[in-house]
Design a protein around this ligand. Structure first.
Ligand SMILES: Nc1ncnc2c1ncn2[C@@H]1O[C@H](COP(=O)(O)OP(=O)(O)OP(=O)(O)O)[C@@H](O)[C@H]1O
Ligand SMILES: [Mg+2]
Length: 309
């Protein structure tokens, strides 16, 4: 059994095809990520899976249950951290924890969770006084109270500083270690790369690619970039080095693109064989960010071509 199964999901708002035929499954033990530009349909997809929105078409199963028909059962098994959550202003951290705990017959001990998330010292603070990162931690804590099998996190790190973001990453990894399935969306490609076992890239309500972050990058076919400084060089000869596809030489700097495990070695061998002194050798391998930009329409190839003399 797949933990989540989505088949041909469609959700339209008038002319807007928010989700336009999406299919995928999420497996046991996975951190599954969905990335895509603003308005791509991530939140709509997540909220259909959670049973918060009614799909126009398609089938969804969550732990073999139907999110529309089996709402009560599903709500005992999943937890939801909505993209936008606001809490009552004049409520204290421990009060909101007690309030949320009262919804469940057998909630986890919120005091232990406050400790674990470093929020214990803020238990008497008003929620409105917490920082963005602390609020996000609190909203995850509240989502964890029912001890869920699946945790949905819609953009949990948006607006957080790098340190808070990394703390959040550790929390998400812990959820996986505890045996929970995590379904997250993010705008940070590094986050998806670090956390997710598999990532779906969505655009205009459709999945344009779905795989492990590594495979997505490999399959994108984007070249590696190598650059170095050199006084003089015969660019045409450099183009003959195995794996090199594009070479640009400007203001004493060579920037070249190419592929293959031997690319860098081939270049350095060529430079040494021709007694060319080079400085500042740098390489940049393609990452998920590059892949995302390529697949969602930013014209990586054209940008690259513009550099070529
Ligand atoms: N309740 C609604 N009524 C009308 N249109 C909606 C509604 N909710 C979403 N949409 C539209 O559906 C599309 C998908 O929205 P959705 O919120 O799913 O995108 P998203 O991928 O989560 O974007 P973001 O990265 O900005 O959170 C958008 O064009 C949005 O304007
Ligand atoms: Mg969204």
């Amino acid at each position: 059994m797949n933990v989540i199964e989505v088949r041909n999901l469609k959700k339209y708002y008038g002319d807007v095809k928010a989700v336009d035929g999406i299919s995928f499954e999420v497996n046991e033990g996975e951190i599954f990520g969905m990335v895509g530009p603003n308005g791509a349909g991530k939140t709509t997809t997540i909220e259909c899976i959670e049973g918060l929105r009614k799909p126009d078409e398609g089938e969804i199963r969550v732990l073999d249950l139907n999110p529309q028909k089996d709402r009560e059962k599903i709500y005992k098994l999943i937890s939801i951290q909505l993209q936008e959550t606001s809490y009552q202003d004049k409520i204290k951290v421990y009060e909101i924890c007690e309030f949320f705990s009262s919804f469940y017959s057998n909630p986890l001990d919120y005091k232990k969770l406050l400790d674990k998330f470093g929020l214990h010292e803020f238990r008497n603070s008003y929620v409105m006084k917490l920082s963005g990162g602390q609020k996000q931690k609190l909203s995850i804590l509240l989502a964890l109270l029912p001890d869920p099998r699946i945790v949905f996190l819609d953009e949990i790190t948006t607006g957080l500083d790098p340190k808070a973001r990394r703390e959040m990453w550790e929390m998400v990894k812990d959820l996986k270690k505890e045996g929970r399935v995590v379904f997250l969306t993010t705008h940070y490609m590094e986050e998806a790369e670090v956390l997710c076992d598999r990532v779906a890239i969505v655009d205009y309500g459709r999945i344009v690619a779905l795989d492990t972050p590594e495979e997505l990058v490999t399959k994108s076919g984007i070249d590696e970039m190598v650059s170095f400084e050199v006084d003089m060089i015969d660019v045409s000869k450099l183009r003959e080095v195995k794996g090199v596809s594009v070479v640009n030489f400007k203001d004493g700097e060579v920037v070249l693109y190419g592929k293959g495990g031997d690319l860098l070695k081939g270049i350095v061998d060529y430079l040494n064989a021709n007694r060319l002194t080079f400085r500042n050798l740098r390489t940049k391998k393609p990452n998920l960010e590059d892949t995302f930009l390529k697949l969602t329409g930013k014209k990586y190839e054209e940008e690259k071509d513009e550099d070529v003399n």
